[in-house]
Design a protein around this ligand. Structure first.
Ligand code: MTE
Ligand code: MO
Length: 407
């Protein structure tokens, strides 16, 4: 007898059944919820409500309802939330694939719809499977080849997350009670069980260990991106993992180099570069690097934590407090928001707005030095912003201008 994928007897694996599907489903229930929350939090960390410059998804509408003022402490906050988001996302890939494999016969089941309810259920499954694959694929591509989506990754991944999560919640409400029962039940029965199974080559538990082993391998070769030194070298799969880029005080991860950003040595030279600080009623101060270095300098131990999931451990930055610069131009108390602009002429990250709470934090600096040495050109010489708990993208390098009170 010839069978087609639409007939249950076409599918021969003795592993398929409610137990295997339910265990994987419950793992994803927890994992994807964490991914969704850490993802929304990452968007909030950009302060998109503050300025169109920070807002990567201007048409978010009500989806931005939850946005809140991102705090400045604990100083490793974004390092943690975004490290978890990216590393967990990578780790869950084998679980997602195994879950899809375990239910694939349902995809081919005919007739396509037995009733209106059944039709609705299948459409929601399409959004679930399509949305899930879309989120994982866009996430991995952005981390691995971050130039693939010039500016468009954020809206894709953000809207995709809402569609996917809506379908995910509906699915979970319908399936969780049965899934909990299925993992406890001794006997396997139901539509996923192959009516004519092949002889087993591995037990269901063995197959689960195989999936778990795959996840563990991905975890072990990704998680190191959130650390320095020997641990970083274990992050073989993370594009910014592997060895630290250089030795010495400036020898920590560089995202975009000065050459990539088109920063010319001539414009950062001692006699050419001037920081322009603009404040209350247009009051303007111009400072060279030597003059800046004569202002009161402070040290802050803060990491760089990128949206791509990698981060450095705390580096010792030294420079002028942002709130002291605000005071120079008329904001002695309660410093306002600030617009930071770089020497860089092109690229989405050449400017950013910081919230008043970030300006006011005494650890927020316009850094001139790192780990006891002048900033290297690639880390933002002559001066860069460093703010506690903020995503790397708000730590603008090669700063040329600070405008307080108008973002
Ligand atoms: N002018 C400018 N500043 C920038 C960027 C940039 O492309 N241009 N990249 C940002 C991003 S995305 C990150 S993660 C950090 C990385 O800082 P680092 O290269 O010193 O590690 O710098 C930020 N500052
Ligand atoms: Mo970044």
């Amino acid at each position: 007898m010839r069978t087609t994928p639409a007939s249950p007897s076409f599918w021969r694996s003795p592993l398929r059944g409610p137990w295997f599907t339910s265990v994987l489903g419950l793992v994803l229930l927890v994992g994807i919820t964490v991914l969704f929350v850490t993802g929304l939090v990452s968007y909030a960390a950009y302060n998109p409500g503050l300025s169109p410059l920070n807002d990567k998804t201007p048409d978010k509408g009500v989806l931005g309802l939850y946005l809140f003022a991102w705090p400045t402490g604990p100083h490793w906050l974004y390092r943690l939330t975004q490290g978890v988001h990216v590393t967990l996302g990578v780790t869950l890939i084998p679980v997602l694939l195994a879950k899809l494999w375990s239910v694939v016969p349902k995809l081919f089941a005919l007739p396509p719809a037995r009733s209106l309810t059944h039709a609705l259920e299948r459409v929601s499954l399409l959004l679930l499977v399509g949305g899930g694959l879309f989120e994982f694929v866009t996430g991995v591509l952005n981390v691995q080849l971050d130039y693939l989506f010039p500016g468009s990754f954020y809206p894709l991944h953000f809207y995709g997350a809402w569609v996917f999560f809506a379908a995910f919640v509906a699915h979970a409400v319908l399936k969780v009670p049965a899934a909990v029962r299925n993992v406890r039940k001794a006997r396997e029965e139901g539509e996923l069980v192959a009516p004519r199974p092949e002889p087993p080559t591995v037990s269901r538990r063995g197959a689960l260990w195989f999936v778990g082993g795959g996840s563990l391998l991905l975890f072990a070769t990704t998680a190191g991106q959130s650390f320095d030194g020997p641990l970083r070298r274990t992050a073989l799969l993370a594009p910014h993992g592997g060895a630290d880029p250089a030795q010495g005080p400036n020898g920590f991860q560089i995202n975009k180099t000065a050459a990539y950003a088109g920063i010319d040595h001539a414009e950062t030279a001692e006699d050419a570069w001037r920081l322009v600080v603009v404040g209350r009623s247009g009051r303007t101060v111009r400072l060279g690097r030597t003059e800046l270095a004569q202002l009161p300098l402070y040290s802050s131990a803060l990491p760089i934590a990128c949206v791509e999931g990698w981060s450095t451990s705390d580096q010792s930055w030294r420079g002028v407090r942002l709130r002291d610069l605000a005071a120079l131009v008329g904001y002695d108390v309660d410093p306002p928001d600030v617009l930071v602009e770089s020497l860089q002429r092109r690229g989405a990250f050449r400017h950013a707005a910081l919230r008043a709470n970030q300006v006011a934090d005494p650890r927020s600096l316009l850094a001139l030095y790192v780990n006891g040495e002048a900033l290297s050109p690639d880390h933002g010489y002559p001066a860069r912003v460093i703010v506690p708990a903020a995503p790397g993208v708000l730590n603008t390098k090669w700063v040329a201008r600070l405008t307080f009170g108008k973002v």
